[in-house]
Design a binder for this molecule. Sequence first.
Ligand code: ADP
Length: 364
Amino acid sequence: MATVSFNQSTRVYPGSEKPAVDKLDLQIGDGEFMVLVGPSGCGKSTSLRMLAGLEEVNSGTIQIGDRDVTHLPPKDRDIAMVFQNYALYPHMSVADNMGFALKMANVPKAERQARVMEAAKLLGLEDFLARKPKALSGGQRQRVAMGRAIVRQPQVFLMDEPLSNLDAKLRVSTRTQIAALQSRLGVTTVYVTHDQIEAMTMGDRVAVMKDGVLQQVDSPLALYDTPANVFVAGFIGSPAMNLIKGKVSEGGVQVGDFTVPVKREVLSKAAGEETLTIGIRPENFTLSDGDGIGLDVAVVEELGADAYLYGTLAGLEDNEKLIAQQIVARISSRRPPQRGATVRIGVDPDNVHVFSDESGDRLS
Ligand code: ADP
């Protein structure tokens, strides 16, 4: 086991001016499950491949434990990687696939077999050891790929979207199994995904990237409760946080005909900005008899105990509504309003996130 640290690690691909990964600073604890997440092209795989030694580091360094591995070849880094396409050898049995790297490393046969058996037990693969990959289901192949990493007993596991070839249902059960397995083995793991739900459910901590730049690294709950900027606020959470731009006014930010209260010390940080973006999670709205943001309800989704209201700010002309930003509110009520109704939705000031319009950074 080991820690991993990226220190100002940068990758600029030949022919490109803009770094694919720009001065990444990230410290991963011993035994930690770290997830790198972000939209396609944000630099997650490049970061992982730099750690694996499959991609050159143009500046900065990478350490595993107290070793500087920046310029070591992959085989000397003591890592094992699980790829999204599994990369199993089709002509080899499951057992041979799992033991292949050990054979290459001249591990004696008896020990090889013991380690393969141990991993197979851990993964429920004992009955499949003699089969070829083509005679396995997608989920079983995925487990063989995991097994191949486990038998090597590396210091660090690297996983690049290992669930992306599984169907939705299997993805959910497999992500729980991988998280449980990782915690049992206690091996430091760096896991790449574009799926924020996967990131939030699996990671001890989650690093959110955008355009090659690390935006925030925190526990899933901290990311959810205190996103550092507008991007993280909109990326983490489903349905997404409502991000509404409004004019700064006395005591708050004007949204339609309602002033969302914002604390004075927060407003004072926005020195000189005329507009700010406020962020409110759908579940932080409540139906209100008095004050609140006016919402013209366009769609009601009843889920039983609660309901989602989708609509636009009240008081818009019909032609404006079509292009207006949609607002989503989750209302805990068994009697939600009807489609077409206009309602007021209130929010506790403690649940209002405030972001600068100039920098996108959190002010609250
Ligand atoms: P992600 O894994 O987040 O989808 P990548 O790390 O694969 O993103 O890519 C980051 C950026 O680097 C993207 O703009 C991508 O087009 C570019 N890129 C990735 N691989 C190469 C390559 N081999 N050569 C040139 N550009 C690349």
